[in-house]
Design a binder for this molecule. Structure first.
Ligand code: GLC
Length: 534
């Protein structure tokens, strides 16, 4: 019997594991994680049953946005290590059967980048047009009303030339001008540089923002601004971003980018895209003109945690993906979003984890979520994230709580850094209880539950390549669905509430979030997730 699994690419059958390098493992005692630290922890990563590691940016950077402000795309920042250490990381990952994905930041550079420094020398500079410049408005003010994601205008005046430059994020993150073919050529060479070094794929930062409308018109007010605040960006949400996001030219550039990826064998890219379904799926492109392999689907983060809402979305997304010939994907957490255990609540944590790893499509897992790390309260004097610092009135804008050091063991420094060294962000108070070492020894731990789920994906091809169909569970608060492949059928039962619910499951229970194997037809206990064969 042929299983579909053999026909799937690694980025379809495997799980992507995101590492935020500053917080994974410090190997030189400076309180910041680094590449040798990650390399040393790769056997742990492999033990999770994941397929690929995605590293948030490790390139040379002044770190004003912690690496999402790149000063040299083809070098490693000294805080993380060297190119040689990067090569060693890739070799070790490949030895362990893991793919390596980098974070490609094409929309903007750091203001420290040599290109921008050259552009600043004046209007005649050869690099001037590599960025987006506008004269002041007739009254001498800002060119238009566009806003930065982190609050304040998206324009900063360069006093020397009297022109403004565009930045959708910090003033120290000037937007590149993707209309300029030289910019595209230079940025595509960056992809080639890393693919030649053995990199298997890229997560592409804010890919839906690459182009702006050439007329530079004011964006209209958002009438639903109060209800539509994403990521705590209150001021940015007051406008409808019809001229700065999802432009037709962006689609062209992504197609061009894909052709570069396809110059090399078996590589991939996943695009960061915060858009509704009808605008998200087109980023997969068509068979003739493909775009990204995976357009990140963030809806499990954005939707209310409610069985009916999630069922409805999963049904729509699965059908729309099939219709578009696109491979689906799911995300519960990343470095920009509050920890999912904090968002859905501890009681629902395993329900959410089970959902992520059993829906049809590639799951992306954020480091530490496998041991149930939660948001860590960061006191004002320790806050470092510019998004939080620039938006003090928005309690959700700060991203420090979800970026704290990985909790490896109960020792001082949590095994992340040397005893006595202050980590760049505070450790959680309860790291002595919630850490890898403790959970390795406990067969009922969150870590071992995660591994049980990834093992199940390996043992049951239907969970990876099988079709998806939601089931009528008989209860508004129980989401149930089946996965089916070559006559093998699994059903997944998720209780979003604390009360017991009778369900019509039949067959053999393969896994329960409670750690036992109750009869399939026995009532679903409060907050229970169950995977059943048959
Ligand atoms: C993306 C990154 C975020 C960063 C921003 C600017 O949204 O995920 O962390 O601040 O782009 O590069």
């Amino acid at each position: 019997m042929t299983s579909l699994q053999g026909e799937l690419k690694w980025w379809q059958s495997g799980i992507i594991y995101q590492i935020y390098p500053r917080s994974y493992q410090d190997s030189n005692g400076d309180g910041v994680g680094d590449l040798p630290g990650i390399t040393a922890r790769l056997p742990y990563v492999a033990s999770l049953g994941v397929q690929a590691v995605w590293l948030s940016p490790i390139f040379k950077s002044p770190m004003r946005d912690f690496g999402y402000d790149v000063a040299d795309y083809c070098d490693i920042d000294p805080v993380f290590g060297t190119l040689e250490q990067f090569d060693a990381l890739v070799a070790e990952a490949h030895r362990l059967g893991l793919k390596v994905m980098l974070d490609y930041v094409p929309n903007h550079t750091s203001s420290d980048h040599a290109w921008f420094q050259e552009a600043l020398t004046g209007k005649a500079s050869a690099k001037r047009d590599w960025y987006v410049w506008r004269d002041p408005a007739p009254d001498g003010g800002l060119p238009n009303n566009w806003k930065s994601f982190f609050g304040g205008p998206a324009w900063t005046l360069d006093e020397a030339s009297g022109q403004y430059y565009l930045h959708q994020f910090l003033p120290s993150q000037p937007d590149l001008n993707w209309r300029n073919p030289d910019v595209r050529a230079a940025m595509f060479d960056v992809l080639r540089f890393w693919m030649r070094r053995g990199v298997d794929g890229f997560r592409v930062d804010v890919i839906w923002l690459l182009a702006e409308d050439e007329r530079f018109l004011d964006e209209p007010e958002n009438p639903d601004a109060d209800r539509e605040v994403v990521g705590g960006q209150i001021e940015h949400s007051t406008l409808l971003h019809i001229y700065t996001q999802d432009q037709p030219e962006t689609h062209d550039y992504v197609r061009e980018m894909r052709r570069v990826i396809d110059e090399f064998d078996d590589r991939m890219m996943v695009g960061e895209i915060y858009l509704p379904l009808d605008k998200l799926l087109p980023y997969s492109g068509t068979p003739e003109a493909p775009m990204v392999h995976l357009p990140f689907n963030f809806h499990l983060i954005l939707l209310p945690w409610d069985a009916q809402t999630i069922r409805q979305f999963a049904d729509e997304y699965d059908a729309a993906s099939n219709a578009a010939g696109a491979w689906p994907n799911w995300v519960l957490g990343n470095h920009d979003q509050h920890r999912f255990k904090t968002r859905v609540g501890a009681a629902q944590y395993r329900v959410a984890q089970t959902l992520l790893l059993t829906l049809r499509g590639t799951p992306t897992v954020y480091y530490g979520d496998e041991i149930g790390m939660e948001n860590v309260p960061v006191p004002p004097e320790k806050m470092v994230d510019p998004s939080g610092l620039q938006q003090p009135d928005s309690p959700d804008a700060g991203r420090d709580p979800e970026r704290t050091p990985m909790q490896w063991e109960a020792a001082p420094g949590a095994g992340f850094t040397a005893a006595g060294t202050e980590p760049w962000l505070p450790l959680t108070d309860n790291f002595a209880q919630v850490n890898v070492q403790v959970q390795e020894q406990d067969s009922q731990s969150d870590l071992n539950y995660f591994r049980a789920l990834t093992r199940l994906r390996q043992e049951q091809p239907a969970l990876v390549g099988g079709s998806y169909r939601s089931l009528d569970s008989g209860h508004a608060d129980v989401f149930a669905f089946e996965r089916e492949l070559n006559g093998e059928r699994l059903t997944v039962w998720l209780n979003f509430r604390g009360e017991e619910r009778a369900v019509a499951a039949t067959g053999q229970t393969l896994l329960s979030s409670r750690g036992d194997q109750p009869a399939a037809q026995s009532p679903l206990r409060g907050h229970e997730a169950r995977v059943v064969l048959g």
